[in-house]
Ligand binder design. Sequence first.
Ligand code: HPA
Length: 254
Amino acid sequence: MIGIIGGSGLYESFRDMSDRKTDIMHTPHGVIDYTTGSWMGERIAFIPRHGPEHDLPPHRVRFKANIWALRELGVRRLVGTCAVGTLNQKIPPGRITVPDQLIDLTKETRSFFNGRREGVRHVDMTEPFCPALREVVREVSVETGPSVHIGGTYACFSGPTFETAAEIRMVKVLGGDLVGMTLAPEAKLAREAGICYLPVCMPVNWAAGLTRELLSHKQTLEQVGQMKGELVNLIRWSLGRFPKERDCPCAREH
Ligand code: HPA
C-alpha cells in the first residue's frame, strides 16, 4: 500500500482511482477520513491533510493520527504533496520541487515517543526524506519531461500566518530554499513510524518580502490549480517504480 497525503487544492486530483472506498479510522490520536483504491496498478491510501472539509489549518492538522492510520493500513512508502513559498531564484513559482533537507522551525513537538509507556527514542533524521523515492522521481522527470527541481532545503513554520519579511531573511541566512507549514511534523512522524517519506512541493509564490506582493491563501489555491495536473502525472509515473525492497535510512531499526 502506498500512501498519499494531499495538501491544499489537491483533494479531487486522486479521484480517478478504481475500487474507491472512503472510510474512517479511529486512532489513539483522533478519527481520520481516508480513501483507498487502485491507481496505476498500485494500492493507494489517500488522506486529505486538512481534513475532508478542508477545515483544519496547519497548526491543527492531525499529523499523528494521519501517520498512525497510514501505518495501520500497511503503508511503508508515503508521498506528501504541499504548496510552498520559494526564496531560491533557481526555483521559481510553478516549478515542482522535491527537497532533500529540512529545517524545523515549528513551535510544537509531535512525537510517537513521549516517554513512559510510549518509550523514549531519538530517531535519526540526518537524511530527513527518503533518498530512494527521490531518486525515482529524478529518473521519471528526466524520462517524461516535467521540469522538476531535485534538492533544496525546506524550512517549516507553524503558521497559520505566512512569514514576516525578517523571518524569510533569517531562513535565507540559514540556507533555506522553500518555506511551508506542514512537512516537518509529517516527515518526523513518518520516520518514527518507519515509513519512507517523499515530499513533492509546489512553489506557489515568492516568499514574504521578496516582492511587493502580499500573500494570500487564494493565490496559493489558484497556483496549485495550475500545477496540479503536472504534479499528479509525476506521482502517477513514479509510484509503480518505487523500490519494493527498502534499503534506505527510513526502514532501519532505530
Ligand atoms: N509560506 C508558508 N507556507 C506557504 C507559502 C509561504 O510563502 N506559500 C504556500 N504555502
